[in-house]
Design a binder for this molecule. Structure first.
Ligand code: PLP
Length: 361
């Protein structure tokens, strides 16, 4: 019998990609697959996204794993390359690189490449993480254009730090800065992450880069996937492995952090931080058993969590399935109970969890 399992709903994944295209109908879609496709399984997810126009990853190893898995679509390296010696690997595997720093530009200019490489010049319009300053744009752009190692179309990119909040004007400021820089260029422009897709139609341009929303999760503050007609792709589930009666005054779990105030029954479920469930989930963070929500009690252990199923829990038995997050319990909600974001919970699912890819709705 399988315990901790991530059930991956492939039709929901495909549906979410169709939603991206419906929301941004004039844009091509880069499906963002970094961090093991946000914990969903890199190659498997890529194989099911045949309708995407390209894939995007953060690291070269992720891109190589896609090629090793037989995937032939364009792959964009969102952080670019890290050393001049990476360049032949990029060329041999037909990877496109972001250029966000002078060291990368120099490496490309000074290399002796057999073929030109496809480049995305990344401009920092206000996130102050990766990207060249707007004042450097003309210099970088001209140098890339003139460099024989670079394919003639120099694509352009920027990234949003606050697009999840539609009341924050900063995203519009970034769109305007970017648009003014690139006004007379004919190259492909790419600005929007998932929050840009949903919240900022002016940011769609030629390409969008969607990650989180493909997995059916809301990128917008205080909303869940269904608010945007997205369908959660992952259902993280396990089973009840013990039932225990506790009485007033009993302390439960490591550190005895939860004390029983009223006699009740606990269901012990096989899921813990060793599976990627957040150890900081608050007392009362919900799980779903037999269609009903119950709250966790005590500290999350490596392999187990206790759930207060109430004094009238005779219908709950060893072997019952427990949903930790998924279609009936949004991962956004669990994330907020653990003071984190759904991105982190999804990425943190560990290799101990088994994956089941389901092709029926
Ligand atoms: C991760 C990432 C994305 C995707 O973001 P989502 O919010 O998951 O859509 C887009 N662009 C860059 C540069 C990223 O690093």
């Amino acid at each position: 019998m399988r315990l901790a399992t991530a059930e991956i709903n492939i039709p929901a994944l495909r549906y979410n990609l169709a939603r991206v295209k419906e929301i941004a109908p004039s844009s091509k879609v880069m499906a963002v697959l970094k961090a093991n496709a946000y914990g969903h399984g890199l190659v498997k997810i890529a194989q099911c996204l045949s309708d995407a126009d390209a894939f995007a990853v953060a690291r070269i190893d992720e891109a190589l794993a896609l090629r090793a898995g037989g995937l032939t679509k364009p792959i964009i390296l969102l952080e670019g390359f890290f050393d001049p010696s990476d360049l032949p690997i990029l060329l041999a595997n037909n990877f496109e690189t972001v250029v966000h720093d002078e060291s990368q530009l120099l490496a490309i200019e000074q290399s002796n490449l057999e073929m030109p490489i496809s480049v995305w010049l990344k401009v920092d319009t206000g996130m102050h993480r990766l990207g060249i300053e707007p004042e450097q744009f003309d210099d970088f752009y001209q140098r890339l254009k003139q460099c024989p190692n670079v394919k003639p179309a120099v694509n352009l990119m920027t990234h949003f730090p606050c697009a999840d909040d539609v009341s924050n004007d900063f995203t519009q400021v970034q769109i305007d800065v970017f648009a003014s820089l690139v006004s007379d260029r004919r190259e492909a422009l790419c600005l929007a992450n998932s929050a840009g897709v949903i919240g900022w139609p002016d940011a769609h341009f030629d390409w969008v880069r969607s990650g989180l929303m493909l997995y059916g999760v809301s990128p917008m503050l205080d909303q869940v996937g269904v608010d945007h007609q997205l369908k959660p792709v992952m259902r993280l589930k396990t089973r009840v492995i013990a039932i225990k009666q506790v009485n007033v005054g009993d302390r439960v779990g490591y550190g005895g952090r939860w004390q029983c105030q009223k006699a009740t029954i606990l269901a012990v479920v096989a899921m813990g931080y060793g599976d990627g469930y957040p150890r900081h989930a608050r007392q009362g963070t919900p799980v779903v058993i037999k269609g009903k929500r119950y709250g966790i009690v005590g500290s999350v252990s490596m392999d187990m969590i206790s759930v207060d199923v109430g004094e009238n829990a005779a219908h709950i038995q060893v072997g019952d399935e427990v949903e930790m997050w998924g279609p009936t319990l949004p991962v956004e909600e669990v994330a907020s109970c653990a003071d984190t974001i759904p991105y982190e919970l999804l990425c943190n699912v560990t290799p101990r969890v088994s994956y089941e890819y389901c092709n029926d709705e």
